[in-house]
Design a protein around this ligand. Structure first.
Ligand code: ADP
Ligand code: MG
Length: 311
């Protein structure tokens, strides 16, 4: 019998709601689909034909451990997406590579811990007007992400505290203008399965103020089905193609990188209304199959194909 592990985190040992239908669909296909906690030492990863990373949302502060885990799993069985993808995609510095290759991304100022900036120096780097966002380069689930108002002294002070807290923990921060379209139009998530566009969902705004800490490992999202414009699909396809080329170049021979099992391309409208990339999720995106007819079956079939490939 084909056995597939759906890797999750200790806080969600029975999987996130978003992934339960996948487990059921795989069971319906005659496969044993088991929820496994990625850092549970008792799991025998070699006993699975395929390990699919799903709601492993607690790696942001221990990424090295997560990368080691991905490499160890890949040494004994198939991992989707592969460990070289996990390495590349869990640090948002990848956005710079995509940008260099011509993909439009949200304009970002990167501040590295090694720069040792004083509060004053941080202050001068924050935007002078409008709202702005501070978030860690290694993050998931909108955790440690805050929205600030440039001309409000209290808000600016909170932004500096937030930035110093992350930098003090040796984490790179990203500073971006708050894109108003996130409030008015919404962020769009385009889900690709095995390289093909499957469905798209609209995501409501996530940030209403300073980072006050999240009670849990992710912030609750409000999603609804939507259709994708041709321009957004074009940007998404291009981002995925560049990512595939980039990761292939750094992958050991034999890595399965025909296509990504899943990719979610999060797109927002820039100030001139053109689509820009907020993030390319290749590791642990919610896939929202419950919002799009047929998408669950496409995903389950794609998972099964990988699990049984070469048999
Ligand atoms: N520049 C921005 N403008 C508006 N909203 C933003 C911006 N950056 C992040 N956000 C909000 O914060 C959420 C999380 O940010 P994101 O970069 O997607 O990180 P994560 O990896 O935590 O999902 C986004 O879905 C969006 O709602
Ligand atoms: Mg996101």
């Amino acid at each position: 019998m084909t056995r597939i592990a759906l890797a999750t985190c200790a806080a969600l040992p029975d999987l996130d709601r978003d992934d339960l239908p996948l487990q059921d669909a795989l069971t319906g296909l005659g496969v044993e689909a088991v929820a496994t906690v990625w850092d549970d030492p008792a799991v025998d990863w070699a006993g699975f034909d395929l390990v699919v990373i799903r709601s492993a949302w607690d790696y942001a502060q221990r990424r090295d451990e997560f990368l080691r885990w991905a490499e160890q799993v890949q040494a004994v069985t198939r991992l989707a997406n592969p460990s070289s993808v996990v390495r590349w995609n869990t640090d948002k510095h990848y956005l710079r590579e995509l940008e260099l290759a011509g993909v439009p991304v949200v304009p970002t100022m990167w501040i590295e811990p090694a720069q040792n900036l004083s509060s004053r120096a941080l202050h001068t780097r924050f935007p002078a007007h409008g709202d702005f966002v501070i978030k860690p380069a290694i993050s998931a689930g909108s955790v440690d992400t805050g929205r600030y108002t440039a001309i409000d002294a209290t808000s600016r002070g909170l932004a500096i505290t937030h930035a110093r807290r992350l930098l003090g923990a040796d984490r790179t921060i990203m500073v971006q203008r708050y894109l108003k379209s996130v409030d008015t139009v919404g962020e769009r998530a385009h889900v690709f399965i095995d390289g093909e566009h499957s469905h798209s969902v609209l995501k409501g705004a996530m940030l209403d103020g300073p980072d006050v800490g999240v009670d849990g490992i992710y912030k609750e999202e409000r999603m609804s089905p939507t259709t994708a414009s041709a321009a957004e699909i074009e940007v998404s396809r291009n981002a995925i193609a560049v990512a595939l080329d980039t990761v292939r170049a750094s992958s050991p021979a034999g890595t399965d990188l025909e296509s990504f099992l899943y990719a979610r391309v999060d797109v927002v409208s820039g100030d001139d209304d053109e689509p820009v990339l907020m993030e390319l999720e290749l590791v642990e995106p919610s896939l929202f199959t419950s919002l799009a007819e047929g998408s669950l079956d496409r995903l389950a079939q794609a998972v099964l194909r990988r699990a049984t490939a070469g048999r």
